[in-house]
Design a protein around this ligand. Structure first.
Ligand code: SF4
Ligand code: SF4
Length: 322
C-alpha cells in the first residue's frame, strides 16, 4: 500500500518512536553522519548522502561475545530487544539482503545475526541526491521491492510512504493524517558513476590480467575498504579461556580479506600472500564468486570503499578499464 503523509505527522510518528527508547537513526556529529540510538527526533539528520559506516555494525558487531561457559553450563549471548531503524538508505537495505544470503543460509544460520534481524524493524528513506561515488543505479539497488517495513520518499512538503510488511501496515494504521495514493514517488537521482553489466562480465576473462598488479601497487592493505563496506562479512573467532580452564568465552572479531594474515593457516602458509592477490580477491568476490553462488552481486554501489580509501582507489574506474 502507498500513502501520502504530511511532514508534521511523520514528526509526531518519530516523536513516539524515540520515546520508546528503541529508535536508531542517522545523526550528524561534526562532519560525520552515523546511526545512533536517539532520544529526540530533532537529532535526526534527514539531509545526508549516506552514513560513514553502514548499519552492518548493528547486525555483525566488530567484537561480540558469542557465548560464555563454565563447567556446568553455556550461556549464549542472544539479542532479544526490538530495535527500530529509521532513515536507512535503500542501498543499505539491499546490503542486509546480501548479508542474509551469507548468514541465513538454510542449515548454516548464524543465530546471533538471525536474532538481531528478527528483532529489527526497517524504516527506509529514499535518497534525494547521489554522492560523487554512488553507483547504486548501475546495480539496481537505488530502490526497494522488499526488505523494508516502511519506505519513505521525501516529496518536498510531504512523504509518500510504502508499506512492505504487516508490521509496517500496523504502524501506518495508527497515523491519523494519511491518504492512500496511486501516485509514484519522484526519482531525483542523477549523474551517478556508471558500471555496466558488460564490465562485470569482462571480469570472467580478466583473472590473469596484469591490471591487478598495476592497480594494487598503491594499495596499503589497510582494510579501510572492507571495514566500511556494508556487505563484507569476514570475521575471526577466538576462544578466551579463564586461567582456571573451567570457564571462559568465545568471541567473534571483525576481520578483513585485505590483511595478509587472514589466509594464514597452521604451519605458516599464507594463501594470499601478495597484495595484488588480496586486492583482486575483493573485487572477484563482489562481482563473480558471489554471483556464481547466489545469483546477484555482493556490492550495493554505496561507494564507501572509494570514499574511504586513503590511496583514492576507485573500483568502478578499475572495472571500467577492463
Ligand atoms: S582502503 Fe584502499 S588502500 Fe586500503 S586496503 Fe582498501 S583498496 Fe587498499
Ligand atoms: S564494495 Fe564498495 S561500493 Fe560495493 S558495497 Fe562494498 S563499500 Fe559499497
Amino acid at each position: 500500500m502507498k500513502y501520502t503523509v504530511s511532514k508534521n505527522e511523520v514528526k509526531n510518528f518519530l516523536d513516539k518512536l524515540s520515546a520508546s527508547g528503541n529508535l536508531i537513526a542517522p545523526v550528524r556529529e561534526n562532519s560525520l553522519v552515523k546511526f545512533k540510538k536517539i532520544a529526540n527526533p530533532d537529532e535526526i539528520e534527514f539531509d545526508y548522502i549516506n552514513s560513514k559506516y553502514s548499519i552492518k555494525k548493528y547486525f555483525l558487531l566488530d567484537k561480540e561475545v558469542l557465548f560464555e561457559y563454565d563447567k556446568d553450563s553455556i550461556k549464549e549471548n542472544i539479542e532479544e530487544k526490538q530495535r527500530i531503524f529509521f532513515g536507512i538508505r535503500p542501498c543499505d537495505v539491499h546490503s542486509l539482503l546480501v548479508m542474509d544470503k551469507l548468514l541465513l543460509e538454510e542449515g548454516m544460520e548464524d543465530i546471533y545475526y538471525k536474532n538481531k534481524r528478527k528483532n529489527s524493524l526497517i524504516f527506509a528513506l529514499k535518497c534525494s541526491k547521489s554522492g560523487e561515488n554512488c553507483f547504486c543505479r548501475s546495480l539496481g539497488t537505488d530502490d526497494l521491492k522488499e526488505g523494508y517495513d516502511l519506505l519513505f520518499y521525501d516529496e518536498g512538503n510531504y512523504y509518500i510512504v510504502k508499506t512492505g510488511s504487516e508490521k509496517g501496515d500496523n504502524f501506518i494504521s495508527k497515523l491519523e493524517e494519511k491518504q492512500e495514493t496511486e501516485d509514484e514517488p519522484s526519482d531525483p537521482l542523477e549523474n551517478q558513476k556508471k558500471l555496466s553489466q558488460d564490465q562485470i562480465e569482462k571480469l570472467r576473462e580478466s583473472f590473469n590480467s596484469d591490471i591487478w598488479k598495476k592497480e594494487s601497487a598503491i594499495c596499503f592493505s589497510c582494510a579501510g575498504c572492507t571495514t566500511t563496506c556494508p556487505t563484507c562479512g569476514c570475521f575471526d573467532v577466538k576462544d578466551d579461556p579463564d586461567l582456571d580452564f573451567e570457564s571462559g568465552k568465545r568471541i567473534r572479531l571483525d576481520a578483513s580479506c585485505q590483511l595478509k594474515n587472514y589466509t594464514g593457516v597452521a604451519g605458516g602458509h599464507v594463501f594470499r600472500d601478495e597484495r595484488s592477490k588480496r586486492f583482486k580477491h575483493r573485487i572477484y568476490h563482489k562481482f563473480k564468486y558471489f554471483v556464481d553462488q547466489y545469483g546477484s552481486e555482493m556490492c550495493i554501489g554505496c561507494g564507501r570503499c572509494i570514499t574511504n580509501c586513503p590511496a583514492n582507489i576507485d573500483m568502478v574506474k578499475i572495472l571500467n578499464k577492463l
